[in-house]
Ligand binder design. Sequence first.
Ligand code: TGC
Ligand code: FAD
Length: 387
Amino acid sequence: MNSTCDYFNIDALLSDENKLIRQSIRDFVTTEIKPVIDHAAQHHEDIPNLMLKLGALGALGPYIPVEYGGAGLDHIAYGIIMQELEAGDSAIRSAASVQSSLVMYPIFTFGSEEQKKQYLPKLASGEYIGSFGLTEPNHGSDPAAMETRLLKKDGQYILNGAKMWITNAPICDIAIVWARDEQDKIRGCIVERGMDGFSTPETLNKWSLRASKTGELIFQNVAIPAENILPEVNSLRGPFSCLNSARYGISWGAIGAAIDCYQTAVKYALEREQFGKPIASYQLQQKKLAEFLTEITKAQLLSWRLGVLKNEGKATPAQISMAKRNNVHMALEIARESRQILGAMGIVGDFPMMRHMMNLESVITYEGTHDIHLLITGNDITGISAF
Ligand code: TGC
Ligand code: FAD
């Protein structure tokens, strides 16, 4: 029997530090997430004190330098953390990847020294929760068409507009918001809870990512002090650079969800008997399991190699798109097919497949849809934009 999910000995490519981090996050997910996640998802609740717990583990801003409160780890470590968290639930990985890649990364990369010192340590510890506002009600795949405006007035800036589908909006302390200025340039700013005219209504009735809060960011003449503007960027390169980091992490995270489904399916298929034999003894079920392990192994190699390129500063946005697209699709297919191996048992919360499957419907949509990533690859091949 082989259900370890390291078929090509990828462990040999990991450092001892990488493996120690994996074990500590795996232990956390086993003891703190798996026992409560079904209840949280069924009841549309988040996990109490999740961000403080992730902060204590070093899972928030793992690659941010230690002087700013991060863990100073490499990109493979970041990927492994995402993998282990998403084996628990995509909502847990979402919480960590938004905070790390979409909030801490832009402050670290495009922020002033004062902004880094003021916000990064509190975000790393989980004392502050951040959100990231790029998508708008009328502009999802095409953020260049955004309508939100950040206009200079009397030494400060006035923010007007709305962002939609924003992870952690209802519970965020700060939001990194992208808007156009009077010269039509894209600027990033830090909006703080409590600023007049800033509200964050929750989006209810989701069938996906039910253990994560999603909402809107609404700005009605919000006065933003000049010191809250990210000084080092004034184009779409700003938000897209954040997406590079988050999409890379998601490529690893999806592997975690797929492994959780695969291992559950192997165990069930060996134990469940029909027609007098374990269902694992039938060729149709073995084909499914063999395909799962093959696809997981290919995804592991893709993400590991991408991590090496990222550590060397050589990963291209198009390579990241390919890995995000392939691995999330792979995980969603495994969630769907492995649920069938459990028959009726696959639809109840005692097993994780249905929850992973519904979560992955969001993961295949956010951070660039499956189709948009295909078009990014097509553009890279041909030099012709088909958007
Ligand atoms: P384009 O004209 O190609 O480029 C505009 C500027 O951006 C630069 N650029 C990039 N820079 C860094 N990394 C990348 N990946 C970049 N892609 C483009 C480019 O060099 C240029 O820079 P500059 O300085 O010369 O102006 O851009 P476009 O408007 O044609 O867009 C192309 C397209 C479709 C690929 C892009 O719009 C896209 O990726 N759309 C998808 C939108 C998306 O992914 N949204 C995600 C929202 S955040 C989210 O979903 C969080 S979920 C979190 C969770 O819970 O886990
Ligand atoms: P649309 O852009 O309207 O696309 C609809 C369909 O049309 C898709 O299938 C798409 O692939 C297709 N399509 C679009 N353009 C083309 C084209 N040129 N050619 C071919 N097909 C095309 N955003 C944030 O900014 N911050 C967040 O924290 C965040 N969190 C999210 C959390 C959840 C749970 C979800 C579901 C979304 C979140 N998003 C967030 C938004 C997410 O990034 C967008 O949903 C995504 O970018 C797609 O935009 P859209 O939903 O408006 O779809």
